[in-house]
Design a protein around this ligand. Structure first.
Ligand SMILES: Cc1ncc(COP(=O)(O)O)c(C=O)c1O
Length: 418
């Protein structure tokens, strides 16, 4: 325990060394990239990298099919189109997620219906999902938020009962598992992202997984200008586009994938350790680990801080952590349904309009609103790729801030009065 003055108030920071930088890369990426360059085969349809990666990634995630695409936003839209979502169908999404989970629904001409999350796990609350189902509901997109799989047994049971399609948004969940089943293999389809912050990255990129041959065929056609395997090159069957992942990204992803298993184990171990340490401080609530979560990929380490119980408000705690050398943020500032895009229904040429739920001002998601407004703190996954002593530094920073909570609250009050 470190009782010295807070770095924010002029003391010595807990940590001056940076944490593990992301992305991690080296000779394997270089070798594959140069091989791809010199092969002259840079497109998905004539090179080996993307095809090889699709197979390896799908197999690791318990799936028969993997379809590499340009990003994890397009993959969600392709999944919706492949599932036969039609104009004005309703699709249930959590309101605590990145905008793509819901914008993809609008871009599929369907209606996103926002539901609240569980305050402990930060994942979709199955009771809220059940209450949001109407005769127009066609699909649910659970997000495995931060890398902890959503409550898939409850969600799949609802889907079976109401004949709904489930598309896992697994953008945070590479290598995670639920009851020992890989994330991405539980719903009808799943969408992964390889954008630069993600646990597996090629700068940009995405991938669809499924075990359903028909859905895989539909996704393949939609990501490839509506072509079909038996058709000729200039023959197009469905509205779609060129959403194919390129060979340079495939090359990087193959090299990155060789490291995923070890990195996921390290993040999972360090994340669990930090959660056990932080839970001992009053008013700090690390994301609750569901018993069904057999592996958490810790794309983010999330927690709630209850200002009154901890003794200082969230905003001040974040500033103090940053000054102690712990990179962190408050995450999303707004639940998605409060974003101007949805509040103003700025949907451009897209048509969703049938549902009364479209008056998003009536959407009520108090848990998500609470954590956005005043409670959530995010730590990024690079921190969890280091050693146990890195995690001890994070713990010490929190302990030091808690010891100095009165001084921090005084500082915070002065800042607000300015
Ligand atoms: C939960 C979630 N879904 C979807 C996406 C979209 O992925 P991409 O940025 O690859 O389009 C992201 C990316 O941040 C995300 O966090």
């Amino acid at each position: 325990m470190n009782l010295t003055k807070l770095a924010l108030l002029g003391g010595k920071p807990v940590r001056t060394q940076p944490f593990t930088a992301w992305p991690i890369y080296g000779k394997p990426e270089e070798k594959r990239l140069l091989r791809t360059l010199h092969s002259g085969k840079w497109g998905k349809l004539n090179g080996p990298e993307v095809a090889g990666f699709e197979n390896r990634f799908a197999t690791m995630h318990g799936c028969k099919h993997g379809i590499g695409v340009v990003n994890g936003t397009v993959s969600l839209r392709i999944a919706l189109l492949a599932a036969g979502i039609r104009a004005e169908d309703e699709v249930i999404v959590p309101t605590y997620t990145f905008f793509s989970t819901a914008s993809a629904v609008v871009e599929a001409n369907a209606v996103p219906v926002f539901v609240d999350i569980d305050l402990d796990t930060f994942n979709l609350d199955p009771k809220a999902v059940a209450a949001a189902i109407t005769p127009r509901t066609r699909a649910i997109i659970p997000v495995h938020f931060a890398g902890q799989p959503a409550n898939m047994s409850a969600i799949m049971a609802l889907a079976r009962k109401h004949k709904l399609v489930v598309i896992e948004d697994a953008a945070h969940a590479h290598g995670a598992s639920y009851r020992n089943q890989p994330a991405g293999s539980i719903g009808h389809m799943a969408s992964f992202s390889f954008q630069s912050s993600k646990n597996l990255t090629s700068g940009e990129g995405g991938l669809l997984t499924t075990n359903d041959d028909k859905l895989a065929e539909a996704c393949r056609s939609i990501h490839n200008c509506g072509r079909i395997p038996t058709g000729i090159w200039y023959e197009h069957h469905v509205i779609s586009g060129n959403y194919r992942l390129g060979e340079f990204q495939g090359a990087v992803l193959n090299a990155q994938l060789d490291r995923l298993e070890t990195q996921t184990k390290t993040r999972n171990r360090n994340g669990q350790y930090l959660a056990s340490r932080l839970a001992q401080l009053p008013g700090l609530h690390p994301q609750k680990r569901d018993a069904d979560c057999t592996r958490h990929s810790y794309h983010l380490f999330m927690m709630r801080v209850e200002g009154d119980a901890f003794g200082a408000p969230r905003g001040a705690v974040i500033k103090a952590l940053q000054a102690e050398g712990i990179p962190c943020s408050g995450g999303y500032g707004l639940s998605l349904h409060h974003q101007p895009l949805f509040r103003n229904q700025a949907f451009g040429p897209y048509l969703p309009k049938a549902s009364t739920k479209l008056n998003y001002q009536k959407t009520h998601c108090p848990n998500s609103d609470l954590i956005c407004r005043e409670q959530c703190i995010w730590l990024e996954h690079g921190i969890f790729l280091g050693s146990r002593s890195d995690i001890d530094d994070v713990t010490h920073a929190f302990e030091k801030i808690h010891e100095n909570r009165e001084a921090l609250t005084g500082w915070s009050k002065k800042q607000s009065a300015k």
